[in-house]
Every structure is written in structure tokens, then in C-alpha cells.
Design a protein around this ligand. Structure first.
Ligand SMILES: *[C@@H]1O[C@H](CO)[C@@H](O)[C@H](O)[C@H]1NC(C)=O
Ligand SMILES: *[C@@H]1O[C@H](CO)[C@@H](O)[C@H](O)[C@H]1NC(C)=O
Length: 404
């Protein structure tokens, strides 16, 4: 989904110290509105759901403003596609936990030299940990088994091993997991879930890969989009089943007798089944991306704000209830929503640029009962229209608060 790895964006220059006026306005921010079950279930340390912070756009707010936005929503888990130092710095002291990424373009060189892995870790992980950042996982490449870049595919595991060794040598074993994020395209079969198996092309890569994950106790990450199933066959895929809405019968897996009321959990269990088929029972599956586009091209049915809002709202409620899947009821599904913002520079169909929870100006694309505040750019040296924009946002936010 998210495009493969990518260079860190250059930072907008850091703002000068806040003026007294700016502080005053910041303190005036109305309380955070979080409605319904999501609020009730949210632990003191924040929501369970994580969010993918993609930056393939030229109109996003600065990382320090984004850190305000996420904290106001009580999001405490963020996944990046790189290890953007400006983002990691902007979140220092917030307690927010990060998954950072090595872009696909850097994977072959890291695989070919232990020194390259060491220097990546020294440069992108160590200084941030030292400064107090929480980095819990490094993803080495993204969706590499989806395309046909066989050189990249065969370098992922060696790169993971090198990064793991480099972390180990620094005494960081167990503190930072090393894995990669897969597209659901690695599946050869996924229905019923108990019949889940990897595609023949992915299989020979995945066996040693799973040995690594099992030995290092790292999670298997999968990007799951029930939206794609709906888009491809809207007449036959029941909308309620993909949107987590009540559906009486659900789908019963004839072999296990397990009943599924939503497609996401069925996809996760299909991955567990495929992993189990290779003899691994101790590897946890996490959903590194899921989401629903709020807009699409004419040939992308279902990409509407209404469906996107329903998907995310219901997903959020399930995740905050700490539910497991039918196959692993005791393991709450760990999910990162894709994505924080609409990303205007993503190539491909219109849906690709419309997965965001928020527009770049911080207004929500749809109401999921989560309201965040994007603080203004520094008021003291901001253009008047920015100040006006700030008050507009406060007004919108206050309305949301009153309505919640
Ligand atoms: C495989 O690679 C060729 C050439 O590099 C490209 O044109 C083609 O689209 C690729 N196929 C897939 C499935 O990625
Ligand atoms: C590493 O992954 C394992 C398996 O998912 C998980 O239990 C553990 O908490 C992760 N470690 C960190 C530091 O997040």
C-alpha cells in the first residue's frame, strides 16, 4: 500500500521558542474530545490502536505539530516508513512508541555488508534511544514479496540478520524487534482461514524468515485491506462483513467450526494458518497496515467517506476492546491504521491518495469519534491567515466536543 521505502523528508526549519502569546493560546486549547467506547476503553497510557505516519506529500504539517495532534488523540503507537530524525525528535518525551523502517532501496546494501547495518543502526536508532525515544521495532523493507524484484527479495533476510546483529552488539537485544511488513499478496490461499497458505513464490523465502522471527521472538507483520476484496467484487462481498457491521450468519470455517463476523480477522487467521503449516506456532501476527480510502476513481467502488468512517470507527472499537481473533482469542490484535494523513504525492489510483484520517490541515476526513488538535504554526510569526485558520480549527474542535 504505502509505497516502498523512501528518503526522509527534509525538515522544515525548527520554530523559534514559543512566544508568551503562543503559549497562552496553546493553553487555551479546549479539552480533548474522545467519544463513546473508544474513550471508555482507552487506558491511561493511550489508545491501543497505532497509526501509520506516511509522508509522501508536500503539504503536511511539521512533525512537532503532528506530535501535538497525535497526543491530543491519545495515539501512542506510530509506524514510520523511514527513521525520519525530525519526527523522532519532535516526539521526544511524549512516550509515543515507534516502528521505524528501512526503505526497500537501502535493503540490498545493508544485506551485503555488516558495516552498513551497523552504521544504519548507529545513525538512525542509537542517538534517538539515547535521547529517550521509544523505538520498539525496525521493519527492513516493505511489501518486498509483492513485486518481482528477486534481488531485493533475497536480500531482505540477510539484511534483517545484519540489523539484528548490530542491535545485539549494542546490547539492544529484546529492546528493538527486527522484521519486515508483508502484503497480503504473499498468500496463495486465504479462505477459509484454516486453509491459509503462502503462495509458492513467497514460500521459499518465508520458511527461513519465520525461523528468524521465531528465534528472535519478533512479530510477523501483514498489511490487510478488506477494502480490496470489496472493490474487486462488490456484488458478492457483503459490505457488513468487511465493515465490521452486525451480520447474522458471518462466515463459518467448516474445518474449525470458527465463526468470523469480519474479514480482517479472517485474513489474520489465514496468516496464522499459513505460518502454522510451516511448523511455527510461536510467531505473533500483527496488522502493520489496514484502512479504507474515503475517495477513489470511478472504478473503485466503496471508496467513500461514509464507508471509510464506518470501517475505521468499528475497527477502533474492536481494537480498544482488546479482542483477539477466533483462532487466537487471547491475543489482542495489534493494528496500525493506514494512514494519518491523505498523501497527495502517492502514485496510482485516486484511492491511494485518500487513505488519511486527516486532511493535511488537521481537519478529520470523517468522524470516527476521535478528535485531535493540530496546533497552529507559531502564532507570533505566523501570517494572519494562519491565525484565522487556528481559530477555525478550535471552533471545529469545540463543536465536535459539544456534540460528543
Ligand atoms: C516484473 O518486472 C517487469 C520488468 O522489470 C515489469 O514490467 C513487471 O510489471 C513486473 N511484474 C510485477 C508483477 O511486478
Ligand atoms: C517484539 O515482538 C514480540 C512478538 O510480537 C512482542 O511480544 C514484544 O513485545 C516485542 N518487543 C518490543 C520491544 O516491542
Amino acid at each position: 500500500m504505502a509505497a516502498a521505502g523512501r528518503q526522509s523528508r527534509t525538515a522544515p526549519s525548527l520554530p523559534a521558542p514559543l512566544s508568551l502569546t503562543a503559549c497562552f493560546f496553546v493553553l487555551l486549547l479546549p479539552p480533548i474530545a474522545l467519544t463513546g467506547e473508544a474513550a471508555a476503553a482507552a487506558a491511561d497510557d493511550g489508545l491501543s490502536i497505532g497509526v501509520n505516519y506516511g509522508q509522501i506529500a508536500n503539504n503536511l504539517p511539521s512533525p512537532s505539530r503532528v506530535s501535538w495532534l497525535l497526543r491530543s488523540m491519545r495515539i501512542s503507537k506510530v509506524k514510520l516508513y523511514d527513521a525520519d530524525p525530525n519526527v523522532l525528535r519532535a516526539f521526544l518525551g511524549t512516550g509515543v512508541e515507534f516502528v521505524v523502517g528501512i526503505g526497500n532501496e537501502a535493503v540490498p546494501s545493508i544485506a551485503s555488508s555488516p558495516a552498513a547495518a551497523q552504521s544504519w543502526v548507529q545513525q538512525h536508532v542509537v542517538p534517538h534511544l539515547r535521547a529517550g525515544a521509544r523505538i520498539t521495532c525496525v521493519t527492513v523493507g516493505n511489501e518486498v514479496f509483492k513485486g518481482n524484484d528477486t534481488a531485493l527479495q533475497s536480500s531482505v533476510l540477510p539484511a534483517m540478520v545484519s540489523v539484528h546483529r548490530a542491535l545485539d552488539a549494542l546490547g539492544l537485544r529484546g529492546r528493538v524487534n527486527v522484521t519486515t511488513a508483508h502484503s497480503l499478496d504473499i498468500m496463495g490461499a486465504s479462505f477459509p482461514p484454516s486453509a491459509g497458505e503462502f503462495s509458492p513464490a513467497a514460500l521459499h523465502h518465508l520458511r527461513p524468515f519465520l525461523e528468524f522471527l521465531s528465534a528472535t521472538r519478533s512479530p510477523f507483520l501483514i498489511n490487510c485491506y478488506p477494502y480490496f476484496a470489496y472493490k474487486d467484487d462488490p456484488a458478492r462481498v457483503p459490505l457488513e462483513y468487511v465493515l465490521f457491521q452486525p451480520n447474522a450468519a458471518g462466515v463459518v470455517d467448516g474445518r474449525t467450526g470458527l465463526r468470523y463476523d469480519n474479514m480482517l480477522y479472517a485474513q489474520v487467521d489465514a496468516v496464522y494458518a499459513a505460518i502454522g503449516r510451516l511448523g511455527f506456532t510461536d510467531v505473533e501476527v500483527k496488522v502493520s497496515e489496514t484502512g479504507w480510502p474515503s475517495r477513489g476513481d470511478p472504478d473503485e467502488p466503496g471508496a467513500t467517506p461514509e464507508y471509510a468512517g464506518t470501517y475505521i470507527r468499528n475497527l477502533l472499537q474492536r481494537i480498544e476492546m482488546k479482542q483477539g481473533t477466533p483462532l487466537r482469542p487471547a491475543t489482542p490484535v495489534d493494528v496500525y491504521v493506514f494512514a494519518l494523513f491523505n498523501e497527495n504525492l502517492k502514485p496510482g489510483p485516486a484511492s491511494e491518495r485518500n487513505y488519511g484520517l486527516f486532511y493535511p490541515d488537521g481537519t478529520p476526513v470523517y468522524n470516527v469519534g476521535l478528535h485531535g488538535y493540530l496546533p497552529p504554526m507559531l502564532l507570533s510569526n505566523a501570517a494572519p491567515q494562519v491565525v484565522i485558520q487556528f481559530f477555525r480549527l478550535v471552533a471545529i474542535a469545540s463543536v465536535a466536543f459539544v456534540l460528543s
